[in-house]
Design a protein around this ligand. Structure first.
Ligand code: CUA
Length: 333
């Protein structure tokens, strides 16, 4: 290659790299990272992006230079000179990717190991995914249940996750991590939020009709207000009556699929529970029997026009099923 050509190629590469770097930095690809684990993942993302920009700039520069400098005249039908092997070139284009990919592998392994390292004072939260809702249980707070994931700021929370039915995936873009929830298995991630605020959990695994609406909420709060909330609400579902029924209805994710006025629920995937008396009549069963059966074994009677996708809830404690049945029958009479 002549010296002039090399200079031109390098100049084109610099321009391409500058444009690509601007695209990487100034387009909003991801929201800012709001967790310690997310910050580490960003280091890996930028390391890989930097390598990509470098390789792309060199390839694009040689390509752009070649289509201008080596283009054929309109009346030129000859072939280019035949070229056989170039050991130096082959070693170079094997060695460079080998070094880059190995570096990416090592950096990623270190970051994954750090993110998986759970500190001793970590808060534990059990996460249950189901079609189509998120449930969170706090074992150290009297098994407090919540449909909102409440996390104290600057403290690591270990999420131990499983699924009631099919595969779901926990993803909060600001926390960067994405982890599947598998029926019959427990998967974990650590989250150490660094900013107060509200975040949305988006299920990131196609899990059925309601996948798109399988959204959850995360609230990052100060340790003081977290303690206040945790101690205050661990008794909420313990009482009786409509309040307990409503809490169960919400905590078990019923609202994401069903409409039910007494619970303020407006889901559209499953049958409208304000019409339960009418459905019971169609099924030819007394209302209470029908409602109980539909919770414990939903496919026993399928309301025409609705899909058979509801998971059975026969593992709920008997007292909770009683409370739910009473809430659903009294609320709709
Ligand atoms: Cu759960 Cu998609």
């Amino acid at each position: 290659m002549q010296k002039g050509a090399a200079v031109k190629v390098i100049l084109i590469a610099i321009v391409v790299a500058a444009i690509t770097t601007a695209i990487a930095i100034f387009l909003p690809w991801l929201p800012a990272s709001d967790s310690k684990e997310g910050d580490r993942i960003d280091v890996a993302i930028w390391f890989v992006t930097g390598i990509c920009i470098l390789v792309w700039a060199v390839v694009a520069a040689i390509f752009l230079y070649s289509i201008v400098a080596f283009r054929a005249r309109p009346d030129d039908d000859t072939d280019g000179p035949p070229i056989h092997g170039h050991t130096g070139l082959e070693i170079t284009w094997t060695a460079i990717p080998f070094v880059l990919v190995t570096a990416i592998g090592i950096l990623s392994a270190v970051i994954l190991a750090k993110n998986g390292d759970t500190p001793k004072n970590a808060l534990k939260v059990n996460v249950l995914g189901e079609q189509f809702a998120w449930n969170f249980t706090y074992p150290t707070y009297n098994n407090l249940q919540s449909t909102t994931l409440r996390l104290p700021i600057n403290r690591t929370t270990k999420l131990e996750m499983t699924s009631r039915d099919v595969i779901h995936s926990f993803y909060v873009p600001q926390f960067r991590q994405k982890q599947d929830l598998l029926p019959g298995q427990t998967t974990t991630i650590n989250v150490t939020p660094t900013k107060l605020g509200h975040y949305v959990i988006q299920c990131a695994e196609l899990c059925g009709l309601g996948h798109a609406v399988m959204l959850g909420q995360v609230v990052v709060m100060t340790q003081a207000s977290f303690d206040k909330w945790a101690h205050g609400s661990s008794t909420a579902t313990q009482g009786g009556g409509a309040a307990a029924g409503k809490a169960l209805f919400t905590n078990n994710g019923c609202a994401s699929c069903h409409t039910f006025a007494p619970a303020g629920a407006t889901g559209k995937i499953g049958p409208d529970l304000d019409k339960l008396p009418q459905y019971a009549q169609q099924a030819g069963k007394p209302l209470e029997t029908f409602v109980r059966e539909s919770i414990e074994d939903p496919s026993a009677y399928i309301q025409p026009g609705y899909p058979n996708v509801m998971p059975p809830f026969k593992n709920l404690p008997a007292q909770q099923i009683d409370q739910l049945v009473s809430f659903l029958t009294k609320g709709s009479s």
